[in-house]
Design a protein. Sequence first.
Length: 336
Amino acid sequence: MGDKIRRIGVLTSGGDAPGMNAAVRAVVRTAIGNGIECIGIRRGWSGLINSDFVRLDSTSVSHIINRGGTILYTARCEEFLDPAGRDKAIATCKLLGLDGIVAIGGDGTFRGALALSRQVAERGQKLDVIGIPATIDNDIGCSYYTIGFDTACNTAIECIDKLRDTMQSHERCSVVEVMGRHAGYLALYVGTAVGATAVLIPERPVDFERDVVDKIRRARLAGTTHYMVVVAEGAGSAFEIATRIHDEIGIDPRVTVPGHIQRGGAPSARDRETASRMGYMAVQTLMEGKGNRIIAVQRGRLGDLDMEEALTMTKEFDMSLYAVLEAVTNGGSSRF
Ligand code: ATP
C-alpha cells in the first residue's frame, strides 16, 4: 500500500459512451467505502481548468447505472493541450487537495491525464492518474474491450433489424453508415450480427467491385431481393456508396445514418459489468499506491498497465470475423 489516499477526482472526457455512468458510480462507491472522498469534475478536463466540480457521495450516484450519457457531462478542451492551461488545472487540484484522478474516456483523455501528471511532477508535487477506457469505437490499443461498445453494437443492430423489415417488403438495398472514423469494429460486429451483404471497414482498403458489386450480384443470383451494406464512417460515405451502387448495378439504395443514436441508450449488461469492474479496480489501484495506470482488458483478463507504455500499444484488428462474415453471408446462398 502507498500513502493514504484521502480525496480523488473523477471525470468523463471525449465522446460519451453508454456505461460511463456505471463507471463513475463504481469509482464513487468504491472510494467512499474505503474512506476516500470523491469529487466529480464536470465537462472533462475543462472542469479542472474552470473549477467546475461537485462533491459526490454515495447517493449522488444512485439510479445512474442504467442511464446512458454521463451525469458529469463531457467535453473536449483545447486549453488543456497547452501547459498554461494545465497549470490552471493543477491549481484546482491543489485547491481541492486531490491525491488522484480517475479519467474515463479514450486515448486523448489518457494523453491529457499523463501530461497533467508529468507537469505536476515537474512542480515537485504528485498526482496519481488512472484511465478507464470508454468509447463506442473499441479503438483503444491497450484494451481488448472498451466500455460502450456492446451497447452501441446492440443499438445499431436494433436499427438495422427494423430497416430489414421494410427492405424485405419493398425488395430494396440499404446502405447504413455506422460510427467509426478510424476503426471498423462496430461495423464488422454489427454487419456480422445482421448478416450484411457487404461490410466496409477502414482496416481493409475498399475494392468497390470486389467488396460491394460482386457481393450484391452473388446475393441476387442466389435469389435474394434485398441487400444490406454496412459501412464504417472511416471507410467511405454511405451516400457516395449508394450512388455508385446505383450507377454500377442499376438499383436504387436507401441510405440510413443512425449517427449519435449509437452513442446513447441504457448500457447493456456487458457494459454495466465491465464499467463496474473497471471503476472498482481503478480505485483499488490508487489505494495500492500506483499512479499513471490504465485499466485494460488483456487476454480476457482485467489488469492495470503503465499509462505511457499503454498509449504506445496498438491492437491488431482481428480479421477472422471478416472471414466468418464472408463465409456465412456471401458463400453463394447469400441471404441476410
Ligand atoms: P474519443 O475516443 O471519443 O475521441 P478521446 O478521449 O480520445 O475520446 P479526445 O478529444 O482525443 O477524446 O481527447 C479528450 C481531451 O483530452 C481533449 O479535448 C484534450 O483536452 C485532452 N487531450 C487530448 N490529447 C492531449 C494531449 N496530447 N495533451 C494534453 N491533453 C490532451
